[in-house]
Ligand binder design. Sequence first.
Ligand SMILES: Nc1nc2c(ncn2[C@@H]2O[C@H](COP(=O)(O)OP(=O)(O)OP(=O)(O)O)[C@@H](O)[C@H]2O)c(=O)[nH]1
Ligand SMILES: [Mg+2]
Length: 372
Amino acid sequence: MQVFLDRLSRSSIILIVYIMFYYAIKYYIVSHSLIDVDLIDMGAMRESFDFGTKKMLGHWFPRHMGKGLRQMRAVLRKIDCVIEVHDCRIPMSGRNPALQMSLSAKPKLLVFNKVDSAQPTDKELELLHDRLRTEGVLDYLFTNCLPGDNGELDASVSEVIPRCVEIINRDERYDREGEAGIEMMIVGVPNVGKSSLINALRRTHLQKGKAAAVGRSPGQTRSLMYKIKVCEKPLIYLHDTPGILEPKLKDLHSGMKLSLCNTIKDHLVGPAMIADYLLFTLNQKKQFKYMEKYGFQEPCDDIHKVLLNLAIKAKKYQNRKVLTGTGSQVIKIPDYNYAANLMLADFREGLLGKFIIDDLDESYDSIDYDWQ
Ligand SMILES: Nc1nc2c(ncn2[C@@H]2O[C@H](COP(=O)(O)OP(=O)(O)OP(=O)(O)O)[C@@H](O)[C@H]2O)c(=O)[nH]1
Ligand SMILES: [Mg+2]
């Protein structure tokens, strides 16, 4: 009996060692063959982006946007100047024609915020200037509302109020004798930094703390915030508004660019699809910082390989139930969703390159839009 037990325990140890060895080899082969994915050469880069069967992006026009628009129209009469804020990375596709039309009656300053993430070249500044001039837009500024490492705000913020005052004084309709202060409204698509600009202006001109809530994801400001004081001399109040998207997006490329800049909730388009568009854009724009960031030897234009690589490197897997001949089994597969979200977060933090996404020398048709 003792001999039998000894043999049994010896053979079970051998069996366990064998199984462990088998799985170790299998894991090594699978993980290494996936990590060393064949990253393809530059010749095979995509010329255009295939949206597949996706003809429409998920629309995001929640109730708070409709309410915000109504509130904006209600106070518009009292407003002396509108500050229209845009994400500088998408100076063309990020502009909402519906908003532009509804507020066109008022003097306006266009602010291209997040200039730190766009880092426009002289050539791009020239192209943008020419485009804006053809639209009759001469009043525009670039701002960065994020404090620097020393905690100081960028000098661009202090240009906003003097420029608005100049625009208001130039306007013949301005006659507010006896009124207590100038009232301005800040508008734009979600997440471009409207509330951040208000806080930055308060800090610059009043040395006061934050008055408007700021957040990383779109839809932070959900209803109009009336009369936030931003300057004492002259006395200026700003109305903060919720970001408003067009109910109907202009085209798929504009929609994807808006998604890349986090103005549309990611789940409406899908992180993997946005990550694919990001990869396509990075390669098109020859922004290859991602190679160093993710340890690739060469550029790659295949989102499946990239996401697989990132998920395996981060050891992120998902359990997936599959049916086999002997019943259902749970297997681990690399977590694409985690990898896609990681890529998007890296891009939005500027870790994959800081550049203008729109092609400024490409023809851009501003569309007639019935926003009512
Ligand atoms: N890189 C960079 N990020 C900025 C700048 N201004 C704001 N942000 C960031 O952009 C994000 C959105 O800022 P908010 O001020 O909440 O934007 P918003 O337009 O008010 O957003 P909604 O209220 O959702 O429409 C936050 O994470 C800010 O820190 C900027 O100049 N540069
Ligand atoms: Mg806000």
